[in-house]
Design a protein around this ligand. Structure first.
Ligand SMILES: *Cc1c(COP(=O)(O)O)cnc(C)c1O
Length: 705
């Protein structure tokens, strides 16, 4: 007998597995995910891949029995060991490079996107915060995230028969999430309070572990609060401006108070977007309460804060009018020894201009020692945008720098890609994101053949096609359409374009349909066919975005587009993971310069996907002529109309004359050599640069220490 006779302690393994399930580390460990999947494949799928649900619903008796299978038990043991070693690791990037960072970074963000089972995000901002947290953990940077606990999260998107988006909210069962109520030494919930208007609102917290990073999620849903305050934290960006200012008071002011209640003294407060900027007012109040004069108080706050701005879209910068501001802060000004107007002045470009509303971005800029945009171009656009705040400076001297966004590569890979890089680079392939040389070497033809890369592309495309068929089938079964029409949509041999992101109108999802005869020409070519998969949610109050969705869904029914252009409902991290892996080309056609960075395109490189994008955000600095395609050049016309028209023609042209011919130009081995060359270039130049390990290391070096 070749089997190893090893005995395992099943009970200890069960305990270890529970520990693993309570830390989102498993969300970027594929061995752990495989264990959960194997335990109950159907439940794994229906729970949206939630180990807490699995371990709550599978009987202990079953798990203990299953652990008697020695192969399974050994794999569980390996995952537990791996997790425990990760948590105890002391030799990290930070231990070598960030010695000055003694106390943790407190990173405030209105949303965090970690995994599909936790609906606490709406889009790119949240995903970025989630990826930042994961990389901080991997790098060993002491890191604490602060956000709100949205018990109904962001909505699930359902598409009606007419293609109109419906929003469905699902209340989270806190027992089936990897979160714990934050309690004091006696086991009582730690609560702090904030004042909103004349009322005192109590705030409790949930703790979530993300590897070595800790996240505190603030929650007003407490019996001691009046009914109307319990829902402040119900939805991601829910409600009206009163809800918005209340959420931001809880996040900023409540966040600082919660940290104090827990005895945490951060070395720096990092505001991820302006939503949390009220934290500076709380820090100011602390100083003033200690009898520090105002000017010194401000200086002290500035010394401890850093700010990242994320959008040049005006609606992305929260503004509150005087009435609302006075309602929210009227009672607080006496503690600050300021008038309402003096306080409002902190959020105004012209402090004494009574007609100017209060802007969170202005507050954040004034109260931070550093500010940055999220790509080189966005840094420039932000300096221009906020120049009025610095009237004595030229645009280039405005103190807003940039750190280009990235993605957490391991988290955005999948078991197939992970196995590929494990074979080509080694099991620690995800530790080389700060080493371009390692990727150059890995991508040599001696190490990886064209055929191997093409095989990977085929496998990932096939997986996406099958996922899309399943999803469409499910979607239509709901309408009572029990047809098999969706079993044959899409084709795994065909060039596949992906377009998925929030349906904000500046992202121009329907751009490829601007000149319909050109659209049909592309999709009707039977020799060199192309197919396109869309996904994305519109904000519940964005009717224009919903109209875009409706229009695209309508077009998917066009007889000459059916089965070639499809729209997958309920874009979330899970759908994204299939799309970024399976798409050959990731399409991004925003109205420049409104896409501050964009990150979805950064997720495709690790899978050998290619970007085709407007020269906006991260792509403007990443594109080098060999690693993807650009739609148009590095300039933009003054008129939006002209811009949209030009860009649509550029888009048709690049797909028709560059992308399609290259994909279908096959050599003797039936592999598109030129295409694969571009794939190699993309992986080499993009993976070691546009990842959050590089991004977090930049934040540490430039802004945190
Ligand atoms: C990456 C991601 C985004 C951000 O996409 P952009 O193209 O940067 O706007 C939004 N939503 C989900 C689910 C994502 O995974």
């Amino acid at each position: 007998m070749a089997t190893k006779k090893k005995s395992v302690d099943a009970r200890a393994l069960l305990t270890g597995l529970r520990d693993v399930s309570r830390n989102l580390w498993w969300s970027w460990d594929f061995d752990a995910q495989q264990i959960f999947n194997e335990l109950a494949p159907r439940l794994w799928e229906t729970s949206n891949h939630n180990p807490s649900v699995l371990l709550a619903e599978i009987s202990e008796q079953e798990i203990l029995a299953r652990l008697a299978n020695i192969d399974f038990a050994l794999r569980v043991q390996k995952v537990i060991k791996h997790f425990s070693a990760y948590m105890k690791q002391t030799q990290t990037w930070a231990s070598a490079h960030a010695k000055l960072l003694k106390a943790p970074v407190a990173y405030f963000s209105a949303e965090f996107g970690f995994h599909e089972s936790l609906r606490t995000y709406s889009g790119g901002l949240g995903i970025l915060a989630g990826d930042h947290t994961k990389s901080a953990s991997d790098l060993g940077v002491p890191f604490i995230g602060i956000t709100l606990f949205y018990r109904q999260g962001y909505f699930e998107q359902r598409l009606g028969v007419e293609g109109w988006q419906q929003e469905e909210y699902i209340t989270a069962d806190t027992h089936k999430l990897p979160i714990l109520r934050v309690t004091d030494a006696h086991g009582n919930p730690v609560t702090i309070s904030v004042q909103i208007g004349f009322s005192i609102v109590k705030v409790a917290a949930w703790k979530l572990m993300v590897g070595r990073s800790t996240l505190y999620m603030l929650d007003t849903n407490l019996p001691q609060n009046e009914e109307r305050f319990r829902d402040i934290t119900a939805h991601v960006y829910g409600g009206d401006t009163t809800t918005r200012i209340s959420q931001e008071i809880v996040l900023g002011i409540g966040g600082v108070r919660m940290l104090r209640a827990l005895g945490i003294s951060p070395s720096i407060f990092h505001m991820n977007e302006g939503h949390s900027a009220f934290l500076t007012i709380e820090l100011l109040r602390e100083q003033i309460a200690n009898k520090v004069p105002l000017e010194k108080s401000v200086a002290s706050v500035v010394k401890h804060c850093a700010f990242t701005t994320h959008t040049p879209v005006p609606a992305g910068h929260d503004r509150f009018n005087r009435d609302l501001f006075e309602y929210a802060f009227g009672q607080k000004v006496s503690e600050l020894k300021m008038t309402v107007d003096e306080l409002m002045g902190l959020g105004r470009i012209h402090p004494t201009d009574q007609n100017e509303s209060f802007c969170m971005t202005v507050l954040a800029l004034k109260m931070s020692r550093s500010a940055n945009g999220v790509s080189e171009l966005h840094g420039h656009v932000s300096r221009e945008m906020w120049r009025p705040l610095y009237p004595k400076l030229t645009t280039e001297k405005v103190p807003i720098g940039h750190i280009t966004n990235g993605v957490h590569m391991k988290g955005w890979s999948n078991p197939v890609t992970d196995a590929f890089w494990t074979e080509k680079i080694g099991p620690a392939w995800d530790e080389h994101f700060l080493e371009p040389a390692a990727w150059r070497k890995a991508l040599s033809a001696q190490n990886i053949s064209d055929e191997e890369l093409w095989a990977l592309r085929y496998r990932l495309r096939r997986t996406l096609v099958e996922f899309a068929r399943r999803t469409m089938q499910k979607q239509h079964a709901r309408y009572g359409n029990m047809t098999n029409a969706f079993e044959n949509i899409l084709n795994p041999d065909v060039l596949t374009i992906g377009f998925a992101r929030r349906f904000a109108t500046y992202k121009r999802a329907p751009l490829l349909f601007s000149h319909f005869e050109r659209t049909l020409e592309l999709f009707n070519d039977t020799k060199q066919p192309v197919q396109l998969i869309f996904a994305g949610k519109a904000h519940p109050r964005d009717d224009e975005g919903k109209k875009f969705i409706q229009r695209i869904i309508d077009l998917t029914k066009h007889p000459q587009l059916f089965g070639k252009v499809i729209f997958l409902e309920n874009y979330d991290i899970n759908v994204a993971r299939y799309l970024v892996a399976g798409a050959d080309v990731w399409l991004n056609n925003p109205r420049r310069p409104l896409e501050a960075s964009g990150t979805s395109g950064q997720k495709v490189s690790i899978h050998g996907g290619l970007n085709c994008s407007i020269m906006d955000g991260w792509w403007r600095e990443a594109y080098d002529g060999t690693n993807g395609w650009s739609i148009g050049g590095d300039e933009q016309p003054a008129s939006e109309q002209v811009q949209d028209e030009q860009d649509s023609q550029f888009l048709y042209d690049v797909i028709k004359y560059q992308i399609i011919p290259e994909f279908y130009k096959r050599g003797a081995n039936n592999v598109p050599a030129q295409w694969i060359k571009r794939v190699r270039r993309a992986i080499q130049t993009l993976v070691p640069q546009y990842n959050t390990h590089r991004m977090v290391s930049d934040y540490v070096k430039k802004y945190y220490v």
